[in-house]
Design a protein. Structure first.
Length: 202
């Protein structure tokens, strides 16, 4: 992993939120998918870490956003935890994976990755967290990669074009979207496997 991505460990992240503004709008779900190589050297999806998140005090939640992701932030049976707790739990698993892979830090992979990274960084700043395993501004954006590989930039259309299909009922949950994004990222990376191995071994 360290050789393939210059010391970085890609971790696929998806967030579901109360809007588009990371400074004012609530983080409601976060999922992180770890990646690993199979016995034949192909990149594959690994464990998914997911949490429902309590809206931070005074946060904004747009009705349009809640209608899209189907989240009821105040449902009595929703197993949500504070955003700092959720982020710390994700970071703990990511740091462990970084050590096991021999990497130096994680790099966020996301579909329109700047959006997800913005919310991650804002939680870090808002809750005064001291350390993040993720690079603070670099990321891999699968919207760009899918545009190149499949001619599609919308997540659902890219998933269909890649042959993974799309479950509209499951979509817009952080875990489902992150896992589909992980499958797409792995597929694109594996397409370039022979070229990387040729350049790395020569």
């Amino acid at each position: 992993m360290a050789n393939r991505f210059r010391g970085f460990m890609p971790v696929v992240v998806d967030v579901e939120t109360g809007g588009f503004n990371c400074k004012t709008d609530a983080l409601l779900e976060i999922a992180a998918v770890l990646l690993n190589f199979d016995a034949d050297g192909a990149l594959q999806r690994g464990e998914t870490i997911r949490y429902h998140v309590k809206p931070f005090e005074g946060s904004n939640m747009e009705p349009e956003s809640l209608a899209v992701n189907g989240i009821d932030p105040h449902h009595p049976l929703r197993p949500a935890i504070d955003e700092r707790d959720a982020m710390q739990r994700v970071f703990r698993e990511v740091r462990l994976a970084i050590r096991e892979a021999g990497c130096t830090r994680a790099i966020l992979v996301g579909h329109n990755a700047a959006f997800d990274l913005g919310f991650v960084n804002e939680v870090i700043a808002r809750t005064a967290m001291k350390r993040s395993p993720f690079h603070p501004f670099s990321c891999f954006d699968t919207a760009t990669l899918c545009g190149i590989a499949y001619g599609q930039t919308v997540l659902a259309r890219a998933a269909i074009a890649a042959g993974f299909g799309w479950d509209e009922q499951a979509a817009h949950s952080a875990s489902y979207d992150a896992e589909i994004t992980a499958d797409l990222f792995c597929d694109v990376v594996n397409r370039f496997r022979s070229e990387f191995e040729r350049s790395f071994l020569t």
